[in-house]
Design a protein around this ligand. Structure first.
Ligand code: MG
Length: 441
């Protein structure tokens, strides 16, 4: 079996004169050819979420890599892209040609830069970086230039139906060492984003017109009013030393989002997320000119034209890309580098709909990115950790690498089969306005 530590010993010549001479010869010639022999798509709901993980096997026995291709809502579409189109094209290629494979695979479907193709690309790309790390005996963050921080600061989620419970939840995280917490509070009587159990009250359902489609109800005005009250209360109770974040989740009309950002200015948020939908990003220029509230955006971005103007014009403070949805590590490292020149910081998407392998990719990027801002955390359960050995460790509000060569994470294919998909994909709630108009998820 291939052992990456053997490779490291070989390369640095610790194993004796013979291997040292071999390593020196090899260093002059570059790495020997390494063929891709198979591409496996692994679908599993281990730990709860629909994960799509790619395993790329090579001509060197025991040497393979893993990558995240998770689009929780449409995982089978990504699997078909991988199995039917990417794999037949990829097998036989040189595993070291990471950049060329990315560029060529990106162009393969002709129509490009959508979530299905990008996620498939990410699965392969992550695996190739993992292989290169194992081959050279170093963690992927070292291939990206090395650590610029010891560990990765995280933000936790606090959500509650009522204010006292919300305060207690934030205090619980603070007691564990967290300095950044995202806060979401249920709007009385209404459904809403980020607060499980916030169901629509009967009194609100009675306000709906005859013939309306049955649904949970979300209305922007009560939500905006309630969110301002929430921050008034939290700052009065918690002070200003804890960093608070909030996700609008693109749910309110642009002008109302502008009102919210301005009203929250005295509460000095760490960031306000997704104040607008990707379709409305032109509003960021207006918002930036009117408020100092820091702005984060981007988990739905798939195409560079969606985020480039926001970065180069300094209209936002944090990019929130879902790394697999933009094509994986190879694209994300370039996004981070682009953002560095404009002092826009990274805050990669990191909820449970990013697989543990995707979180490992985030970790390596975070460690090596000078303009890192914050990382959203997910605490994976024992099942997920069994299927994905090497899932990044979290302690005291920080995520730590295990310093194994490559991404430092694996997938136990046999264990994964015990947790097959229960449905074709994850489904998000479909709240509607009182009159029945659909609301963004
Ligand atoms: Mg979000």
């Amino acid at each position: 079996m291939f052992d990456p530590m053997d490779r490291r010993n070989l390369l640095i010549g610790l194993a004796g004169a013979g291997p040292l001479a071999a390593a020196q010869t090899q260093a002059r010639r570059g790495l020997p050819p390494l063929k891709i022999t198979d591409v496996r798509t692994i679908l599993t709901q281990a730990g709860g979420t629909h994960a799509v993980v790619v395993k790329v096997l090579t001509s060197e026995p025991g040497l393979y890599g893993v990558g995240c291709a998770t689009h929780r809502e449409r995982p089978l579409a990504v699997a078909a892209m991988l199995d039917q189109y990417v794999k037949p094209w990829l097998v036989g290629r040189n595993a070291d040609e990471i950049e060329d494979i990315w560029q060529a695979a990106y162009l393969q479907p002709y129509f490009r830069s959508g979530p299905t193709g990008n996620n498939a690309l990410s699965g392969v790309d992550g695996a190739l970086w993992d292989i290169l790390g194992k081959r050279t005996g170093v963690p992927v963050y070292q291939l990206l230039g090395g650590k610029v921080r010891a560990a990765v600061p995280l933000y936790a989620h606090s959500s509650a139906l009522e204010l006292p419970a919300l305060v207690a939840s934030v205090q619980k995280w603070m007691a564990q060492g967290y300095r950044h917490v995202r806060v979401q509070l249920a709007t009385p009587g209404f459904s809403g984003y980020g607060v499980s159990g916030a169901t629509t009250a009967e009194a609100v359902q009675k306000l709906r017109p005859e013939g309306v489609r049955p649904s949970e109800v979300f209305e922007p005005t009560p939500y905006v009013n309630n969110t301002i009250k929430m921050f008034d209360h939290l700052r009065a109770k918690l002070g200003f030393d804890v960093e608070l974040l909030h996700d609008v989740h693109e749910r309110v009309p642009p002008a109302q989002s502008l009102q919210l950002a301005k009203a929250l200015e005295p509460h000095r948020l760490f960031f306000l997320e997704d104040a607008f939908a990707p379709e409305d990003v032109g509003w960021f220029q207006i918002m930036r000119q009117q408020t100092t509230t820091p702005l984060a955006m981007g988990e739905l971005f798939v195409n560079r034209h969606e985020w480039l103007p926001l970065v180069v014009n300094r209209w936002i403070d944090f990019v929130r890309h879902h790394v697999s949805a933009v094509g994986g590590l190879n694209m994300a490292r370039k996004i981070a580098a682009c953002c560095e020149f404009f002092n826009v910081r990274t805050a990669w998407h990191g909820p449970s709909n990013v697989s543990p392998v995707g979180h490992a990719v985030n970790l390596h990027l975070d460690l090596a990115t000078p303009n890192f801002g914050i990382q959203e955390q997910t605490i994976f359960n024992a099942t997920a950790r069994e299927v994905f050995p090497g899932t990044p460790e979290i302690r005291g509000g920080y995520m730590y690498p295990n310093d194994r060569p490559g991404l430092g994470i694996d997938v136990d294919e046999k264990a994964a089969t015990r947790f097959p998909f229960q449905t074709p994909g994850g489904v998000r709630p479909s709240d509607r306005r009182l009159d029945g108009t659909i609301v963004r998820p």
